[in-house]
Design a protein around this ligand. Structure first.
Ligand SMILES: Cc1cc2nc3c(=O)[nH]c(=O)nc-3n(C[C@H](O)[C@H](O)[C@H](O)COP(=O)(O)O)c2cc1C
Length: 189
């Protein structure tokens, strides 16, 4: 199997990390991989904010948690099993949003091509991280921080910009069990 196919099969969403920080040169390789993603009209409608600062991290977690819990509320009825699993994480973990990963990368997108192009940059980041022996996860709940002005200022988030990801990156603590995947639904004509 080619290296890329192997990476596509073996990449997992990692939710437990060692505290060891990720060297800057590796983060730069990951950003470069993101920047090489395809984008509508080659617009590259993204910029990247890498958060390593502990004080900002705490602010992000404290802002995201109540917003995430509010959003998860309907799950209590529709999928109680998943709701309980997620709530257990919220109880057990110091940081149930960014899983204490040493790097959180906000992909900030702007313009009409951002919604389709920025997720490709995110996927490139996750695959690049995997190829470097790092774990990653797209944590959409971690983007629920835009109601906090201090965070908006720190990210220099404009009114015309949206957050994609963020993607958390770090050295995995232990192995991640692959989740079950349905076989693809395909129609051949
Ligand atoms: C758009 C998007 C948002 C996600 N948000 C979260 C999140 O907030 N928290 C989390 O733990 N995982 C999040 N994930 C990871 C998914 O749960 C994960 O991709 C899925 O369970 C399949 O696992 P795999 O990535 O290992 O194949 C997100 C993934 C995507 C693509």
């Amino acid at each position: 199997m080619s290296e890329i196919l192997k990476a596509l099969k073996e990449r997992r969403s990692v939710r437990a990390y060692k505290s060891k920080s990720v060297p800057k040169d590796l983060l730069n390789i990951i950003i470069d991989a993101a920047n090489n993603a395809p984008s509508g009209m080659n617009s590259q409608p993204w910029r990247f904010v890498i958060v390593e600062d502990d004080t900002l991290r705490k602010k992000l977690v404290d802002t995201a948690i109540p917003n995430a819990k509010k959003l998860l509320e309907p799950l209590k009825e529709s999928d109680p099993e998943r709701y309980e699993l997620i709530m257990k994480r919220y109880k057990d973990l110091d940081d149930p949003v960014y899983y204490s990963a040493p790097a959180v990368i906000f992909v900030v997108g702007k313009g009409k091509y951002a919604a389709l192009s920025c997720p490709l940059a995110c996927q490139n980041m996750m695959l690049a991280a995997h190829s470097l022996g790092l774990g990653s996860c797209w944590v959409a709940f971690g983007a629920m921080v835009t109601d906090n002005d201090e965070i908006r200022q720190a990210l220099e988030l404009g009114d015309d910009e949206d957050i994609f990801g963020p993607i958390i990156i770090g050295y995995p603590e232990g192995a991640t069990e692959p989740p079950e995947k349905r076989p693809p639904e395909v129609k051949w004509i």
